[in-house]
Write a protein that binds this ligand. Structure first.
Ligand code: ADP
Ligand code: MG
Length: 691
């Protein structure tokens, strides 16, 4: 691994490749587009396309694809070969500017939530020049946005770019008031990715893992994570080899994979990259998940990205570290060194606090899925109630602003925004509140609710748009003020007072917090269907319209798609449960008790009473009968699913999931009682403690 610098980014048509391969004026024009988010000059597209093709072909690529992020969680690609016939059975490798800029995948099967009738299947993809093209296998992948012919957006990338524009627009206005002239403000994101690795051999024996990504049955292993011996523990050699290769693959794609370590649960690990701009971080995280799966496969492993693959041990999340920075690199959430910088910091902090309070619902919705519902509020991940942790120091500062009192630190500092320097706000690592869904960690916020399999675009769209909207209101007010500083002081104090209810430094897992949060009027939306129904609330529709991110139809379609995804997921889980009960678990229980029964007959024949066998058979028969009843109840629950989408989602949460859980509880109990060789699938101990 001595050649990391050469390896890094070798499969990306990034800045150095562009500088080297593009004519100077083309490079400059493209750079301008990338940096300032301006429209791409179609004139230069041909030149870029041909340079890109030469670069890719030299690296062995034979195909290209417009790589995009439809509204399902995955990325999509349709490969076209570069070849173009020139007569006499000959071909040349061709790729035009038109092909670079626009693609027309036959995308009728991607969910559009009614935005695009299937008979009118043509959506089109357009190159997003702010994100770099890259080579995966033999294919040049061009990051693109995906729209319908009527212009409605059908992907996750376009609204993300729009939200980044929105926050940039407003932050630039605000910074002008602070006497700073910047062209553009960027949102920066570093997503920490959690995942499980299990052996492929075990995986293939579990229909639940194959079909749903999680175990639908499985008794707790005698050992879980209670010894805390896995977290940061030494990494098994097989996993270490996986991580090394993963790093190498990610580096080739220009992804700054920085930290690899074990996580809390056995078999659980994490990869943290170095942060970058939100759109690149999103692309790269999508790629990271794909590469993780592939590399695992090469090592006889399977990478599970589901939020809750195993009951009884932690699930997997994706901490979305988020900040905003100017184009010259000033982090706007970094408390400054001068009084005026402090004021600016407090101003942006106030905007974030207000945004999170007013759009708790949107943040909750951005992390809503059937998988993540198992995590949120599960005493391992943040609760489903959104609140902000700012740490004791900053909390004291905020309280003193609200109360108009002096902030005393070491007996000398008084707080007056814009006049006094803030005390240094320590980037504490010791007592960080792991139970908070949204924590300030020194110079960025860490949004901890996203699930491990999520596209982080959603969370960042909500955050960027909501904060942009607050900045817009603030800028409107301050631009009109006669005197900036008093108006600023007043605004910060007023808004912190109005939104202090969202600040909570205590234990987010405690029952007291649920009660206290309700008293404060904070939302508690434990399930996806309940949360989703609020998406198109008027205030949300108006906010997204003001920021030019979504129109009403686009929002309605997203709500429907997410609800449908939820409904389908639960439906598939229920059917898979039934299948496993009927084909594996119930037959295993019967076989085992039947086998014992044979022993009884044999013993009785030689005059032995076989009391323990009889007891075992009675117990097994009784429990198997209970399991069959629970199975019948589940069949009935599934049969009665309502047709209407929202009703179906709610019904599944309220009726189908509990029916599945009842059957599971009995089956898991039986797993303890049935001899190992009769149990038809690998157990939790097999899955989690492999070598
Ligand atoms: P911590 O120890 O607080 O988790 P790390 O340095 O490990 O801090 O950072 C965690 C993640 O946060 C990394 O992905 C890192 O790149 C990212 N990060 C750090 N600073 C920023 C920032 N200004 N904006 C966005 N992400 C950031
Ligand atoms: Mg962290």
């Amino acid at each position: 691994m001595s050649k990391v610098p050469e390896l890094f980014g070798c499969n990306v048509f990034g800045d150095s490749a562009m500088r080297e391969k593009l004519p100077r004026d083309v490079y400059k024009a493209l750079r301008h587009t990338m940096q300032n988010g301006t429209a791409l000059d179609p004139q230069i597209a041909d030149a870029v396309a041909s340079a890109m093709r030469d670069w890719a072909v030299a690296k062995g690529a034979t195909h290209y694809t417009h790589w995009f992020q439809p509204m399902t969680g995955v990325t999509a690609e349709k490969h076209d070969a570069f070849i173009s016939p020139i007569g006499e059975g000959k071909i040349i490798m061709e790729f035009s500017g038109k092909e670079l800029i626009k693609g027309e995948p036959d995308a009728s099967s991607f969910p559009s939530g009614g935005l695009r009738a299937t008979f009118e299947a043509r959506g089109y993809t357009t190159w997003d020049p702010t994100s770099y093209a890259f080579i995966k296998d033999d294919t040049l992948c061009i990051p693109t946005a995906f729209c319908s012919y009527t212009g409605d957006i059908l992907d996750k990338k376009t609204p993300l770019l729009r939200s980044m524009e929105a926050i940039s627009r407003q932050a630039v206005r605000v910074l002008k008031l602070f006497g700073k002239h910047v062209e553009r403000v960027l949102t920066t994101v570093g997503p920490e990715q959690e995942y499980f690795l299990i052996s492929k051999e075990d995986y293939q024996k579990r229909p639940d893992l194959i079909l749903t990504g999680r175990t639908l049955f499985g008794a707790k292993a005698p050992k879980g994570q209670e010894m805390d011996d896995h977290y940061f523990g030494s990494i098994r050699p097989k996993v270490k080899r996986f991580m090394n290769e993963l790093d190498e693959e990610l580096w080739k794609l220009g992804i700054y994979s920085k930290t690899e370590h074990n996580e809390a649960a056995p078999g659980q690990h994490e990869m943290a990259p170095i942060f970058t701009t939100a759109n690149l971080a999103t692309d790269q995280n999508q790629l990271t998940m794909e590469i993780m799966r592939r590399v695992a496969n090469r090592h006889g492993l399977v990478c599970l990205l589901h939020e809750k693959p195993f009951e009884g041990v932690n699930g997997s999340g994706k901490h979305n570290n988020w900040s905003i920075a100017t184009d010259s690199g000033e982090n706007l959430l970094d408390p400054g060194k001068t009084p005026m910088d402090n004021a600016q910091f407090l101003f942006f902090l106030t905007a974030v606090i207000k945004a999170v309070d007013e759009y708790q619902d949107l943040l909750r919705i951005s992390v809503a899925s059937a998988g993540n519902d198992h995590r949120l509020g599960g005493n391992e991940a943040p609760p489903a109630i959104v609140s902000i942790y700012v740490g004791d120091e900053l909390d004291a500062v905020i309280r003193s602003i609200i109360d108009g009192t002096s902030y005393i630190q070491n007996g000398k500092t008084t707080m007056d925004i814009g006049v006094t320097t803030l005390p240094r706000i320590p980037k504490d690592t010791s007592d960080r509140n792991r139970t908070s869904p949204f924590a300030f960690t020194g110079n960025k916020f860490e949004f901890r609710m996203p699930g491990s399999s999520f596209n982080i675009a959603c969370a960042n769209i909500m955050l960027n748009s909501a904060v942009a909207d607050e900045l817009m209101q603030f800028a409107d007010e301050l631009e009109k003020a006669d005197e900036f500083e008093p108006a600023l002081n007043q605004l910060i104090r007023r808004e912190l007072t109005a939104h202090s209810r969202i600040l909570f430094n205590g234990n987010g897992y405690s029952d007291e917090w649920t009660i206290e949060a309700a008293r404060r009027g904070l939302l508690n939306l434990p399930s996806t269907p309940e949360a989703l129904l609020r998406y198109t609330d008027r205030k949300n529709v108006e906010m997204f319209a003001r920021q030019g991110v979504y129109n009403y139809q686009e929002m309605q379609s997203r709500q429907d798609i997410t609800m449908e995804e939820y409904a389908k997921t639960i439906h598939i889980e229920a059917l898979t449960s039934l299948d496993m009960l009927d084909k594996m678990i119930i037959p295993a229980c019967m076989e085992y008790s039947g086998e014992i029964a044979k022993g009884v007959a044999a013993k009785v024949q030689i005059g032995i009473e076989a009391l323990s066998e009889k007891r075992a058979i009675e117990m097994l028969t009784e429990k198997t009968a209970q399991l069959m009843t629970a199975r019948d109840d589940l069949v009935e629950a599934v049969a009665r699913e309502p047709a209407e989408l929202n009703a179906r989602g709610l019904y599944q949460h309220e009726v189908v999931i509990p029916a599945m859980e009842r059957a599971r509880a009995i089956a898991d109990d039986l797993e303890h009682r049935v001899a190992k060789k009769y149990w038809p699938m690998p157990t939790y101990a097999d899955l989690l403690f492999y070598v």
